[in-house]
Ligand binder design. Sequence first.
Ligand SMILES: Cc1cc2nc3c(=O)[nH]c(=O)nc-3n(C[C@H](O)[C@H](O)[C@H](O)COP(=O)(O)O)c2cc1C
Length: 249
Amino acid sequence: MKYDEFLGLLKYRRSIRVFKPEPIPDEYVMKILDAAHYAMSGANSQPWEFLVVEDRRNREKLYQAYLKDFDMIYHLEQQRTPKYKHPAFKMRVDDRDEAIGKFANWKDAPVYICVLEDPRKMFGSVLAARSDFCAASHSILATTMGHLSMTIQLAVASLGLGSQRVDVFVQEPYRQILGYPEPLRLNIIVPVGYRTLEPGPPHRLPLEALVHFERYDMKKYVRSEDFLKYLGKIRKRGKRHGSPPASNK
Ligand SMILES: Cc1cc2nc3c(=O)[nH]c(=O)nc-3n(C[C@H](O)[C@H](O)[C@H](O)COP(=O)(O)O)c2cc1C
């Protein structure tokens, strides 16, 4: 693959948050997972498993469990000064449905890939011995799962589909629905389906502001007193693609 093609794929992969309900070809799911399981992992521990959910009733149960999680995020984000609220949460404090429409609108995706992590596979690895079974191991597990998440999303994009990562914050409701044992944990849910829109390349900060040569360039350092300005900049420029198309409203 040429660099330009690779860059094109990276720009095409976006967090897609609204999906057409139509099914995707059967073989796509295994193609995505085949690609995903080549992701790099600490000490090649491969601390992941995949639980594919296609049954409508099971998807609905997962989605409803997520909405309960979502309430916590929603109410926390409402504590911020309006200017610095996440773009998906800029609404009247009591307008939770609007936030769901923008941020948690993935329910129609025909496939949910539930990504499980098995901490034993990470903590039992040589890397964990070196990092003293402590916080570093947890961070290596989280980083490893992040690599996996990106690999899944790139595979999805390469098939012309859309996906997002849905982070979960509590385990018990999902454990009951999906039946995975301790000490496995649900890391993320990845809804996958046809895109309802093509958002185009993502907004990113200018590369020259991020790159240093030979020695750190203090002119590029974001000082604490400028930090709110920085936050405002990414909040203002960042576009979200969760809103349903006009016909769905
Ligand atoms: C660690 C991590 C956690 C994320 N969690 C969520 C999430 O729970 N829900 C969501 O809609 N997007 C989530 N995202 C997606 C980011 O919001 C998104 O990547 C970012 O806004 C850039 O947009 P893009 O993915 O379209 O390039 C997460 C991304 C990362 C890397």
